[in-house]
Design a protein around this ligand. Structure first.
Ligand code: GLN
Ligand code: ZN
Length: 769
């Protein structure tokens, strides 16, 4: 008999209870006991969901107040030295200081770094190591949670992040290799596993997603050493991999002394065959067939095809049916979506529903002919069928347009070096032109007006008049501050993806489809369910209005196709590339309309280009090709004299600089100020051909930069870039900042640009004799 397993469950609570409790706790409005009570209740609810569905291997140890990686750092006592003063305090003060920094009672320490968890939108706290980092078991989270469930009568399968992945996720301060710490770390793992065994656990789930990535020789060696040490605990080990396929690491993985291996068949169904040839006769194979990262119902027929292939080689006693990865990346419960269109709802499954799917597929593996199995399979096939043929999804006009895509549509009329003359002649901008990235402060006043409008307390006309007023103020301000290329300020936008999603066909929105992004922060990605098109202009009204208020050329603001795709729940019935190009066509229409309305600078933001990059190096070229093509498709419709800008942030781009250049935007603005223009190193080797605005001030911090700091950064930029290439701008949109900071910062930025401009002019005069 095959059994079912769940690799992890969302911990924010169906109504974001954890978020609310954490934020009250941080404000001092909730005490520790109440916070713990909330957490305990969420865990109990999660376990009950799993128990009620009949999941055999229920996850515990997957709960964290902030982040599961941070839990491990805390558990192993790998506390960076700057938190020393907090070590004697209560455990939560130390824990949250590492997550968020601490500025109280004479202690002032910054938080640990945070970065994206593989290719998800979840962020983890990066462990910090040093060659002399010591580990000791200071806080046994897996044991605590195992015992807590046990007290509720539920025997669980504790989850820990494996030692090689844990070390590989970290950063070593002195530049050493974190894997050198493995011999010191393994005894602590042994201690944890032993404690779980003593407490009555039978299995432990050890997450090693790195096994599905490109491994260094050091990592491969580390895997052998690590699992040799862990096999002695007496616990059965389920070694879990996800987010990619084992590929060249399949033999290594199954040769490890583990009792089971989990593979992600949603991300890479093709890896099943290699798993079947490599699995050892004493090993269990866990098939991840229910997508833990999306919201669509599982196609039972397709999943059972994979399961049946496995059954040909592996008896059902040695099969586990599971989610592809932890359900952490799915919203909690579809039943809370009371206003969602019922047809679309019938195609969806959130975490609670995914448990049902896992249970059903397990039953189907064991007894295909059981009556309830047959009924469920039939109902699922029907849902798949209605979705596959629904008029809501399939738009013939979009498909016809997609069929006519051609390479000419990806090309501007002329090359950059020829079109820039036309742009200069039209725009007449000074050297080192100044601009911003788009948004201006989203003040309380603006958010309140939007909320009132949504609640029906402001009429459309009233809200519109309010937005006009704000846009007017913003343009007036920028003219007064002498910014060469003003923007309208984006006051009408709630979010840079949602704003467009709301106006595009093929999109829908959930009420409660929250997913943890980091700590207490959750996101609610819009859902692309069908062919995407743009019924009418989306931004022309506000851009045109802003342009009517000034003689300076106003820059129009759009979100690019890759970013819209990346930050949405994407349909799973066609390749991402196709969906992305449909969005690109919609943006292309908008670009064309903006140009027709007289807007001659258009920025298409693509902050998410880097994060879509596949985990395996060999998959990257294909992605980069369609991502770059999608951007070009959206932009390449304009005349030579119309200037296309783009903007990127939230990542390091140096490794994909040639691809960014291939996007062929006339101007790119790019986040860089926090890393003191590390970005510029890229231009020493690679001559960026078009224009570029390296961000000169960090908008993520409330700190107001001084003019001299920005001048210094600009001088550095001028060392590797031609003066005619350089723009002057902040490193991202200003929406999260207040006017109090923005005003002095922008004025200093303009002053800095002017100073360098006159220096460059004087220099030129001297040079010309
Ligand atoms: N134009 C957007 C803004 O200024 C860009 C935001 C972003 O890069 N994330 O807000
Ligand atoms: Zn940005």
């Amino acid at each position: 008999m095959a059994i079912s397993a769940n690799l992890g469950f969302p911990r924010i609570g169906a109504n974001r209870e954890l978020k609310k409790a954490l934020e009250s706790f941080w404000k001092g409005e909730l005490n520790e006991a109440s916070l713990e009570a909330t957490a305990k209740e969420i865990r109990a609810t999660n376990w009950k969901h799993q128990q009620a569905t009949g999941i055999a291997h229920i996850a515990s140890g997957d709960f964290a107040y902030y982040d599961q990686v941070l839990n491990h750092t805390h558990m192993f006592g790998a506390i960076p030295p700057r938190y020393e003063a907090l070590k004697t305090k209560d455990k939560l003060s130390l824990y949250f200081a590492m997550a968020r920094g601490h500025q109280k009672d004479g202690v002032d320490v910054v938080a640990m770094e945070m970065t994206k968890w593989f290719d998800t939108n979840y962020h983890y706290i990066v462990p910090e190591f040093d060659t002399d980092t010591k580990f000791s078991l200071t806080h046994n989270y897996p044991l605590e949670q195992f015992n807590e469930a046990k007290a509720q009568g539920i025997t669980t399968r504790p989850v820990v992040i494996g030692p090689v992945t844990f070390l590989s996720l970290g950063k070593t301060r002195s530049g050493g290799n974190a894997l050198d710490l493995l011999p010191k770390l393994l005894p602590v793992y042994q201690q944890v596993l032993k404690s779980l065994k003593d407490a009555g656990a039978e299995w432990v789930q050890i997450d090693e997603p790195f096994l599905a990535l490109d491994l260094s020789d050091d990592q491969k060696k580390a895997y052998i050493e690590a699992f040799d040490a862990l096999k002695t605990s007496g616990l059965k080990i389920m070694l879990t991999t996800y987010f990619a396929g084992l590929r060249d690491n399949a033999a290594l993985t199954f040769a490890l002394p583990v009792d089971g291996v989990h593979i992600d068949l949603v991300r890479e169904p093709g890896q099943l065959d290699a798993a079947l040839t490599n699995v050892k006769p004493n090993q269990v194979l866990s098939l991840g067939v229910v997508n833990g990262r999306n919201i669509w119902k599982t196609n039972y027929e397709a999943a059972l095809k994979l399961i049946d292939r496995a059954l040909e080689k592996v008896p059902s006693e040695r099969l586990v049916i599971a989610g592809s990865c932890s359900l952490l990346h799915s919203p909690v419960d579809l039943n809370n979506e009371t206003t969602l269109d019922s047809e679309i709802k019938s195609w969806l499954a959130f975490a609670v529903q995914k448990l049902d799917e896992i249970a059903l597929l397990t039953k189907a593996t064991n007894d295909r002919n059981a009556e309830d199995v047959q009924a469920a399979l039939a109902a699922n096939a029907k849902a798949m069928q209605t979705r596959a043929t629904s008029k809501r999804i399939h738009d013939d006009a979009v498909k016809a347009r997609m069929a006519k895509l051609n390479d000419d549509m990806l090309k501007r009329k002329s090359e950059f070096k020829n079109r820039i003359g036309a742009q200069d002649a039209l725009l007449k901008l000074p050297l080192l032109p100044t601009t911003t990235i788009g948004s201006f402060p989203q003040t309380v006043e603006i958010r309140e007006a939007r909320a009132q409008f949504k609640a029906g307390k402001l009429t459309e006309a009233q809200y519109d008049a309010f937005l006009e007023e704000k846009t007017k103020e913003c343009i007036k301000y920028q003219v007064d501050a002498d910014i060469d290329v003003p923007v309208h300020g984006e006051f009408e936008r709630n979010d840079m993806v949602e704003y467009f999603g709301e106006q595009l066909k093929g999109y829908t929105f959930t009420k409660n489809g929250w997913v943890q992004s980091y700590g207490s922060r959750c996101v609610k990605p819009p859902v692309i369910f069908g062919d995407v098109s743009r019924p009418q202009a989306m931004t022309v009204r506000w851009t045109k209005f802003a342009q009517s208020l000034t003689d300076r050329p106003v820059k129009g603001m759009l979100t690019g196709p890759v970013t819209i795709l990346q930050w949405s729940f994407v349909r799973d019935d066609q390749p991402r590339e196709i969906t992305c190009k449909q969005i690109a066509l919609a943006i292309r229409d908008e670009v064309e309309d903006l140009e027709k309305a007289g807007i001659r600078l258009i920025q298409i933001d693509e902050p998410a280009v880097r994060e879509g990059l596949p985990l395996r190096a060999s998959d990257r070229p294909a992605y980069l090709t369609w991502a770059v093509d999608s951007f070009r498709l959206s932009a390449a419709v304009v005349e030579d004299a119309t200037q296309i800008h783009t903007h990127m942030c939230y990542a390091e781009f140096n490794d994909i600089m040639p691809n960014i250049a291939a996007m062929d935007a006339d101007v790119i603005s790019i986040e860089t100020s926090r890393s003191a223009m590390e970005l510029l190193d890229a231009f020493v080797d690679f001559k960026y051909p078009n224009q570029i605005g390296p961000g000169v001030y960090d908008i993520h911090s409330p700190r107001v930069p001084r003019e001299e700091e920005m001048t210094k950064l600009l001088r550095k930029a001028l060392e590797v870039l031609e003066p005619s290439q350089v723009w002057v701008n902040p490193d991202c949109g200003l929406k999260t900042r207040g006017w109090k900071e923005v005003d002095p910062a922008l004025r200093a930025m303009v002053a800095s640009a002017k100073k360098l401009r006159s220096e460059l002019k004087a220099h030129k005069k001297v040079a010309n004799g």
